[in-house]
Design a protein around this ligand. Structure first.
Ligand code: Z5A
Length: 222
């Protein structure tokens, strides 16, 4: 059976890396083959483009050029990492995917949605996540967590954006969750890590047809 594709989305410091790791560990413990990956990046070619994007050197080229670079990275990532794993029956957990482009370059960068959909057609085709978690925390909480974790390191291109930017980002993600409720689940990520992880696990069991996945408990969990 084809693997399942789960993505984590949200603003900075919302806990995407933390919870994609915890979910991968729990699925592995349940006997399910899983890989954890991220965007931009996740394949050798896409990791090179990641450095270009996060360093900020592409910023003067404008939001359209940045979107093209994210798309080039995504195409490589889908072809070389995501699709081969899903075909093998391995589950893929990805930190950011198409929704990041929709929100950062689309909603906040004001790129025409038709341009973004055209990029999606070229890079991901019919591939869509089976389930997307949108981790939701107030901008000041996410920024404070990210700052604490960063320590003395200089903020990258996106971390350095204003607080108003990060608040607008949160609103855009909330709208996206409301627009696609069959795929997207918004999670209150202000709770403790174990509480958030438990909520995520319950949604995975409820949503991903647990009867067909031997390692998962059968039936919905309340
Ligand atoms: N971008 C884009 O514009 N367009 C695109 O198409 C794509 C991306 C794909 C990638 O940056 C940047 O690229 C991103 C959008 C843009 N910009 N930003 N900002 P990245 O991959 O380097 O960074 P990120 O995606 O934002 O991830 P992050 O900053 O590493 O955040 P996170 O993964 O959500 O957070 P975390 O590392 O799991 O947690 C942060 C800290 O909080 C950490 O110390 C945790 O231990 C702590 N934490 C987590 N959960 C909790 C709870 N529940 N309580 C307390 N503390 C917690």
């Amino acid at each position: 059976m084809r693997g399942r594709f789960i993505t984590f989305e949200g603003g900075e410091g919302t806990g995407k890396s933390t919870h994609s790791t915890l979910l991968a560990e729990r699925l592995t413990a349940a006997g399910i083959g899983v890989i954890r990956t991220r965007e931009p990046g996740g394949s050798p070619g896409a990791e090179v483009i990641r450095h270009v994007l996060l360093s900020g050197v592409a910023e003067p080229l404008g939001v359209e050029a940045e979107a093209l670079l994210f798309a080039a990275a995504r195409g490589d990532h889908v072809r070389n990492t995501i699709e081969p794993a899903l075909v093998e029956g391995v589950w893929v957990i990805c930190d950011r995917f198409i929704d990041s482009t929709r929100v950062y370059q689309g909603a906040l960068g004001h790129l025409d949605p038709r341009f973004i959909r055209a990029l999606e057609r070229v890079t991901v085709g019919e591939l869509k996540p089976d389930l997307t978690f949108i981790l939701d925390v107030p901008a000041e909480v996410g920024l404070a967590r990210a700052k604490k974790r960063r320590g003395e390191r200089v903020a990258d291109r996106f971390e350095a954006e204003s607080r108003a930017f990060h608040e607008a980002l949160r609103d855009a993600y909330r709208r996206l969750a409301a627009e696609e409720p069959e795929r997207c689940v918004a999670i209150d990520a202000t709770q403790s890590k174990p509480e958030v992880a438990e909520r995520i696990w319950k949604v995975v069991v409820e949503r991903l047809d647990s009867a067909q996945v031997p390692g998962l408990p059968a039936g919905a969990v309340s």
